[in-house]
Ligand binder design. Structure first.
Ligand code: HEM
Length: 281
């Protein structure tokens, strides 16, 4: 009984100390906030539009390029090696394929990288150089997210934008992962096997919250860009159409009316002068 109790307590302590549990706990609130950004709500409501999705892909390209380059460069680092699964998880090639589908072969010249996305990729490159153990927090946030809610979002995106044969949706497909749930279990156990000092562990947990924050800012920035361009388009449409038409119409008419009036008046004056002259004779 005593032994059972001891084992039980030890198991509980183990669970409490598990990085995978701790990271989930500290990012819980941030996850709710991320889910409730306008962009994510559009996805969940089946209302995601092509401009939203295309811009998101541009941002994801920048983010995964930085994340995967830094993971590759640090693949032998003791905090990275256990969670390094390029064959199963790497997203960059899939995103490139989707970008080519939507933007054409010259997609590299056409893509737009919003400011918040630049800040996120800058942070990834910085920690890749200075604190590679923090890459764990970013890899967790992105890849486990893609293997969780991301799978549902992929199916919704396909329906919302009426995409056929998986075109433009490679980002959501993980051909190297046969069971996302089993893979997530393996990933969590690998995370738990990473040896970290107390300070490093706290740093990783803080970085995970920051990773969610970066994502939230990327979504908000992206949505702002779309709203601004929508408003600009709308206001230029509501202004340019009537104003332009009006201006043209008015000035055209004005010019036409006044010149005709001047011609008639001139003719009248000329006739009057001739008549007066004739009368005088
Ligand atoms: C529409 C938006 C989203 C929905 C509906 C959604 C939904 C979910 C669901 C159902 C899970 C599984 C929870 C579990 O297995 O216990 C999950 C896990 C997760 N999500 Fe999301 N999610 C969304 C957005 C995001 C975003 C934007 C991120 C980060 C960028 C993210 C990161 C994660 C992570 C890291 C996990 C794994 C949690 C863990 O097991 O430790 N999610 N999500």
């Amino acid at each position: 009984m005593e032994t059972e109790k001891k084992t039980h307590t030890a198991a509980e302590q183990m669970t409490d100390r598990d990085l995978s549990e701790q990271i989930k706990k500290v990012t819980k609130e941030s996850h709710v906030r991320a889910e409730n950004t306008e962009l994510m709500l559009s996805f969940q409501r089946g209302k995601v539009t092509l401009p939203q999705y295309k811009l998101l892909l541009c941002s994801l390209y920048e983010i995964y390029q930085a994340l995967e380059e830094e993971l590759d460069r640090n693949s032998d680092h003791p905090s990275v090696a256990p969670i390094y699964f390029p064959a199963e998880l790497a997203r960059l090639k899939s995103i490139e394929k989707d970008l080519e589908y939507f933007y054409g072969q010259d997609w590299r010249e056409k893509i737009v990288i919003p400011a918040a996305t630049k800040r996120y990729s800058h942070r990834l490159r910085q920690i890749g150089k200075e604190n590679p153990e923090f890459l764990l927090a970013h890899a967790y946030t992105r890849y486990l997210g893609d293997l969780s809610g991301g799978q549902v979002l992929g199916r919704i995106a396909q329906k919302s934008m009426d995409l056929k044969n998986g075109d433009g949706l490679s980002f959501f497909a993980f051909p190297g992962v046969s069971s996302p749930n089993l893979f997530k279990q393996l990933y969590r156990s690998r995370m738990n096997s990473v040896e970290l000092t107390e300070e490093e562990r706290n740093g990783v947990l803080e970085e995970a919250v920051r990773a969610f924050e970066f994502n939230i800012q990327v979504f908000e920035d992206l949505q702002k860009m779309l709203t601004v361009s929508d408003n600009t388009l709308q206001s230029s449409m509501t202004q340019s159409k009537p104003v332009k038409a009006n201006t043209l119409h008015m000035s055209g008419n004005g010019i036409y009316t006044s010149s005709l009036f001047r011609m008639v008046l001139g003719l009248f004056v000329a006739l009057a002068t001739v008549s007066v002259g004739m009368y005088a004779l």
